[in-house]
Ligand binder design. Structure first.
Ligand code: AMP
Length: 280
């Protein structure tokens, strides 16, 4: 496995890979890697000949009062994990490489990105779409893998790729969960043991709601109310949003369409912001 920190090295890698008739698969991350990231890397390795992972804590997707400074960083361990999962190349740009002095171009998707995370974190998706578009131009992948864990991000990236005619296939990887059901997240490192116990209410609630749909409930309003009610039982949780949405457009649905409805949740667990979702 090789590491690179320049744009030119990555673009040369793309030229060489494509000249050799091989495909490039790409997994963008912010590091502090966990099994969820590794599963995406393994998925990329089944779909492409050469697998590139990027590790970059992207400052433009953090709001001024968010956790950019304390976001977990674990480069040495990350590199070992990347190699173990089958990555061939890791791109480790500096902030100055991605956003040099005077940088002034941003990409904003204005529909799929508007509700849910977009409402509660105003700068977030503009930062995500900007950095992902830049990384696509740098890495020039044939396929790129994103986690279903961040379902709205996945939908926003798909929309951006369509709208901007970016020649990359977006592949979704399923959410990897811990044995207690909690979706793996780099931010879980912030949780104490007792907070973690509280956080379990989120996946447990999603499962209960999914069971209600499996049993025939279709009214989104009823499901949202029950989700909010179940989460409120855990006193450390403060709900930010609960919604039943179309997984492609992120628009609210009145009735669940089994297989084409997403129950999306964001909540504070004390000071830690967690998101999760399930397809209904
Ligand atoms: P991040 O490092 O949090 O920006 O995430 C990088 C990629 O990993 C994104 O595509 C995420 O959706 C994905 N990801 C994060 N957590 C999980 C998880 N538990 N299961 C699957 N993919 C995940």
């Amino acid at each position: 496995m090789q590491t690179h920190d320049t744009v030119s090295a990555m673009q040369q890698l793309a030229r060489e890979t494509h000249a050799a008739g091989k495909t490039l698969g790409f997994v963008p991350t912010m590091g502090a890697l966990h099994q969820g990231h590794l599963d995406l890397i393994k998925l990329a390795a089944t779909k492409a000949d050469v697998v590139v992972v990027s590790i970059f804590v992207n400052p433009t997707q953090f709001g001024p009062n968010e956790d950019f400074d304390r976001y977990p960083r674990a480069l040495e361990a990350d590199l070992e994990l990347c190699e173990g999962a089958g990555a061939h190349h890791v791109f480790l740009p500096t902030k100055d490489t991605i956003y040099p002095e005077g940088y002034s171009t941003y990409i904003e998707e204005q529909s799929v990105a508007a509700p849910l995370e977009g409402e509660s974190r105003p700068a977030f998706f503009r930062g995500v779409t900007t950095v992902v578009a830049k990384l696509f131009n740098i890495v020039q992948p044939d396929i790129a893998v994103f986690g279903q864990k961040d379902a709205q991000q996945l939908a926003v990236v798909r929309k951006m790729v369509t709208d901007l005619h970016i020649p990359v296939e977006i592949v979704a990887g399923p959410t990897t969960r811990d044995t207690d059901g909690l979706a793996l997240s780099s931010r879980n490192a912030y949780l104490t043991n007792s907070q973690r116990e509280g956080a379990r209410a989120i996946p447990q609630t999603l499962e209960k709601i999914k069971a209600m749909v499996d049993a025939g409930e279709r009214r989104a309003e009823r499901l949202v109310a029950e989700t909010t009610h179940l989460l409120a039982d855990e006193r450390r949780i403060r709900v930010i949003y609960v919604a039943v949405v179309d997984p492609t457009t992120m628009k609210k649905q009145t009735d669940v369409e089994p297989g084409n409805s997403l129950l999306a949740v964001a909540a504070w667990l004390d000071q830690t912001r967690l998101i999760d979702n399930t397809l209904l």
